[in-house]
Design a protein around this ligand. Structure first.
Ligand SMILES: Cc1cc2nc3c(=O)[nH]c(=O)nc-3n(C[C@H](O)[C@H](O)[C@H](O)COP(=O)(O)OP(=O)(O)OC[C@H]3O[C@@H](n4cnc5c(N)ncnc54)[C@H](O)[C@@H]3O)c2cc1C
Ligand code: FES
Ligand code: FES
Length: 446
């Protein structure tokens, strides 16, 4: 849990992030959702000197389907958003379906498409699906961009054709590509293969390219762009979804982003420096810092602290703000003991940097108390149903339950189990916990 300090820079644009990667070489790591990188840092498997945060870039978050039936996904689209996007589901159901199977809801809330593809874990869903669909990735080094087919990009286990200063910006897949698989709900992805329509699973097999040289350059036709006959595939025309919480100024996350962008625009024509404090160093036009000043509203109370940029949200809450109800269990996003709500979404606070969520509203189990300090309805239900024994998992379990209770529709017992499957309890057994969530749901009249 006590990771080696590193310097932190929040990139304002992809160009800026690439410039930092060029300057720092192997010492730098880009962080997007952090759902693969931070477990590795926590375990000491990776020890970067500089972490370049692209998770709050304003670009790279759109989901669009054009009139030719191509689905384009920004690299920062989260798994949860991809899984829930009706536009993407209509165009290419295999991708949202695969995204919905990833990890647990906390991983899906933070993990990004670009991070999953760049990490290239052989066990991951999305790289495999992209290869099967003959997708192409748009990659940039800031100076130049290129398109590379998924099959040329993924060179092996955890190995890609990305150059050291390159980042994935977006992904493009044909809505007509597919494997003829039947998905739950009777949806079939099999469109076009037998009829030779674009987007074949082997669209552009090449020799073993390295360093991206096998990829096509910008301006060439994308894999499968030859199109072909319609074969009855449906098309979703002009569908364009923007990530709602980043652009909606009425949403806390949207306000945060707007505020950041205003400050950046006013103070720095280039992306601004992140935080102030000791240990900073200058890189070209920007500065990286070991210490960052972070403001978080935790259970309605505002905390502003200057602390190490390497602190996870969990450590920041416990060590800097003395909010100790989230617990440290695994440090890998698996057990759920550290679950908190960030702007209403459950996340594993052990694998999110506090600096990444600067300005957010955090809710922990203590935030479920009534104003007079008595137990809130969900906490009472846990108490009455004997849903805790040692209580170690309980703060995280409560937050996962609180998130699911906000759904419009009541959840069935099976759905409650499915939602809570990423929160582990080693002593109570899950029956009483599900009883408690059902009881709280009933009390709310659902
Ligand atoms: C408990 C748990 C369970 C999981 N289960 C599954 C699962 O079932 N299936 C599955 O597929 N995945 C699973 N994952 C991994 C998850 O999908 C991650 O979200 C994903 O692998 C990485 O995405 P990220 O945005 O969090 O990337 P990060 O962790 O931020 O980064 C991962 C790597 O990609 C690089 N990177 C990030 N973004 C870019 C970019 N745009 N361009 C270039 N490089 C970039 C980073 O430098 C880093 O090397 C699991 C993770 C956890 C913690
Ligand atoms: S401690 Fe965070 S998920 Fe286990
Ligand atoms: S109550 Fe002991 S781990 Fe869940």
């Amino acid at each position: 849990m006590f990771t080696r300090p590193f310097r932190y820079e929040r990139a304002g644009q992809y160009t800026h992030a690439c410039e930092l990667l060029r300057t720092h070489g192997d010492d730098a790591k880009v962080i997007a959702g952090g759902q693969s990188l931070l477990p590795m840092i926590n375990l000491g498997l990776v020890q970067p000197e500089v972490v370049v945060d692209i998770s709050r870039l304003p670009e790279g978050r759109n989901i669009t389907v054009d009139a030719d039936g191509y689905l384009t996904l920004g690299a920062l689209v989260t798994h949860a958003r991809l899984a829930a996007d009706a536009c993407a589901r209509a165009a290419q159901p295999l991708l949202p379906e695969a995204a919905s199977l990833i990890g647990n809801s906390r991983v899906r809330n933070r993990g990004t498409l670009g991070g999953s593809l760049a990490h290239a874990d052989p066990a991951a869903e999305l790289p495999l699906v992209m290869v099967a669909l003959g997708a192409t990735y748009e990659v940039t080094s800031g100076h130049a961009s290129r398109s590379v087919g998924a099959e040329d990009f993924h060179l092996g286990f955890f190995t890609t054709s990305l150059d050291a200063d390159e980042l994935i910006v977006s992904v493009r897949a044909s809505a007509r590509a597919g494997l003829g698989l039947e998905l739950p709900g009777g949806v079939t992805t099999g469109r076009g293969l037998r009829d030779g329509v674009g987007g074949s699973p082997h669209p552009q097999r090449r020799g073993p390219g390295r360093g991206g040289t096998g990829g096509r350059r910008r301006g060439e036709r994308p894999a499968g762009a030859a199109g072909g006959r319609g074969v009855g595939s449906h098309r979703v025309r002009g569908c364009r979804h923007r990530e709602p919480d980043r652009s909606d100024p009425s949403h806390p996350a949207g306000q945060r982003y707007e505020r950041d962008r205003t400050v950046q625009a006013a103070a720095h024509p280039r992306p601004r420096h992140q935080g102030a404090g000791r240990g900073g160093g200058t890189i070209g036009t920007s500065r990286v810092s070991e210490s960052v000043t972070i403001t978080l509203v935790v259970n309605g109370h505002r905390f502003t602290r200057a602390a190490g940029a390497h602190l996870t949200l969990l450590r920041w809450l416990r060590d800097e703000a003395a909010v100790t109800d989230p617990k440290y269990g695994c440090g890998e996003g698996v057990c759920g003991a550290c679950t908190v709500l960030v702007d209403g979404e459950p996340v594993s606070s052990c694998i999110v940097l506090a600096a990444q969520v600067d300005g957010a509203e955090i809710t922990t189990a203590a935030g479920l108390l009534e104003r007079d300090g008595s137990l809130g309805p969900l906490q009472r239900a846990f108490h009455q149903c004997h849903a805790a024994q040692c209580g170690f998992c309980t703060p995280g379990m409560l937050m996962a339950a609180a998130a699911l209770l906000r759904a419009e529709e009541p959840r069935s017992r099976d759905e409650i189990r499915a939602e809570l499957h990423g929160n582990l309890c080693r002593c109570t057994g899950y029956g009483p916990i599900v009883d408690a969530v059902e009881a709280a749901q009933r009390e709310r009249g659902r």
